[in-house]
Design a protein around this ligand. Structure first.
Ligand SMILES: [Zn+2]
Length: 460
């Protein structure tokens, strides 16, 4: 009974016969919530779909003012038809541990992905793999309950898991200069599966070989725009391309399979902020020996904002396939703050100052044009399950967010941990070295291994 939860949420059809006036009025009042589309009254046709877009490192300090200024029209549309606000994260702000928390609803020491890398057998460091995740993620739970799920580039999805749907693992997009081209020259066969089902791999590769222009934005890192002289333009230019590729693969996936649930992760804002955030900060924070010129500083700040606008345009492409009843959820895992790396003023996310990311959500039963209220990363997984008409679990860290208060909430289950997760063999994808190098170049690998314990944090 794959759709039983949806069917149980619909009301039996009523037959309206000729009734006295007062009864007509009573019936009309009884039907009013149905007419107004109140929660729990879904028509039996198509249950609403769910689109979750992760935008790594998007800061409320940039996103909300830009939205108010009209520069993020698609996020503004979600905010106008739904809720938006800060999304409180959990320290330390290492992206994989937070994105896995978002996907599982449990603390990092419970889900088992506390950091970027772990000690490798035989010395050195290795990336955490999906096989290190100790609890089911949203895609496992939803797929187990009969929903078709697409996952594109979410953190720690290699080796891919055999979900009901398609999983394009994060190792399919190596995010390094020339890496995509190298990949095509290499023999994939020895690298293990990067996508489940493997039969969808040629279709995904086709997207990378035939890039469409998804937005009106030119790749401004390739242009003549003034940027601080130390900025690695080719790396940021590649990031611009990678985010478009991820979006294009997600669009192809939805066109092919019209999935019940889609989870897409765009890393670009984080990567660009690590290079350009310093341009938003006060001038006296720059080391006196290395200051950008006023033109470089203005150009750097504008390029960072332009990257937010570009990401908004990609979001617009993804959202275009979804109706007003469908859930659209856009979230980030943390914000940004000033940080000095290699004697440069850059961007960092180390302290409680960078604790808040952003949240935008709309869909059937979600209030329109309201503040989301305080929402934290633990509430995302239970919220998605609630919107899907499924119970949350008592062993998750929190329940659904308050903005879903109008939706009916099935009694929570004790746990989803018994769900069996099947994965491809964790053979090397061939990209680990490049990904680790890339993380090192961004200053991620200085001392960012597993913390002994999860830290609880106070608001900044
Ligand atoms: Zn992040």
């Amino acid at each position: 009974m794959k759709r039983s939860s949806w069917i149980s949420m619909t009301r039996p059809k009523r037959e309206i016969r000729k009734e006295p006036g007062w009864r007509k009025l009573a019936i009309a009042l009884a039907l009013l919530p149905l007419i107004l589309g109140a929660p729990g009254c879904q028509p039996e046709s198509d249950p609403p779909r769910i689109l979750i877009i992760g935008i790594d490192g998007a800061s409320p300090e940039v996103a909300f003012p830009m939205m108010k200024a009209g520069r993020l029209p698609h996020l503004a549309e979600i905010a106008a038809t739904g809720v938006h606000g800060p999304l409180r994260s959990v320290l330390p702000l290492y992206s994989p541990r937070i994105w896995n928390t978002i996907a599982t609803g449990v603390k990092p020491n419970v889900h088992g992905i506390p950091a970027f890398v772990k000690p490798a057998t035989g010395g050195g460091k290795a990336l955490y793999l999906s096989s290190d995740r100790k609890v089911p993620a949203l895609w496992n739970i939803l797929s187990d309950r009969g929903r078709s799920v697409g996952v594109v580039n979410w953190w720690t999805t290699f080796p891919p898991e055999k979900i009901e749907g398609v999983m394009v693992s994060d190792h399919f997009f190596p995010e390094q200069i020339d890496m995509i081209k190298k990949t095509f020259a290499a023999d994939r066969a020895s690298e293990g599966a990067l996508i489940h089902p493997q039969s969808w791999t040629p279709r995904a590769e086709e997207q990378l070989k035939n890039p469409a222009s998804l937005t009106e934005f030119e790749n401004f890192f390739d242009g003549a725009a003034e940027l601080p002289r130390w900025v690695n333009r080719s790396l940021l230019s590649q990031q611009f391309v990678t985010d478009q590729e991820i979006t294009q693969v997600a669009l192809a996936l939805d066109a092919d399979h019209h999935l019940d649930v889609m989870m897409v992760f765009l890393p670009g804002i984080d990567r660009v902020s690590h290079w350009l955030w310093g341009n938003l900060e006060a001038e006296d924070l720059y080391p006196p020996t290395l200051q950008p010129s006023p033109e470089e500083r203005a150009g750097g700040a504008e390029a960072l904002r332009a990257y937010y606008a570009y990401t908004d345009a990609l979001i617009g492409r993804l959202v275009a396939g979804y109706g007003p009843d469908d859930m659209v959820l856009v979230i980030s895992d943390h914000g940004f703050e000033a940080g000095v790396s290699l004697m440069l003023l850059t961007g960092a996310h180390d302290s409680p100052s960078a604790l808040d990311g952003v949240l935008f959500a709309r869909g059937r039963g979600i209030p329109r044009g309201q503040a989301a209220g305080p929402v934290n990363v633990y509430e995302i997984a239970p919220s998605v399950l609630t919107f899907a008409g499924l119970p949350s679990a008592l062993d998750m860290q929190a329940g659904p967010a308050k903005f879903l208060a109008d939706l009916s909430r099935p009694d929570p289950v004790a746990s989803y941990n018994a769900i069996a997760i099947e994965r491809y063999a964790p053979s090397a994808s061939g990209h680990e070295e490049e990904i680790i190098e890339h993380l090192r170049a961004l200053g991620y690998l200085e001392e960012k291994e597993a913390p002994a314990q999860d830290q609880e944090q106070a608001p900044p």
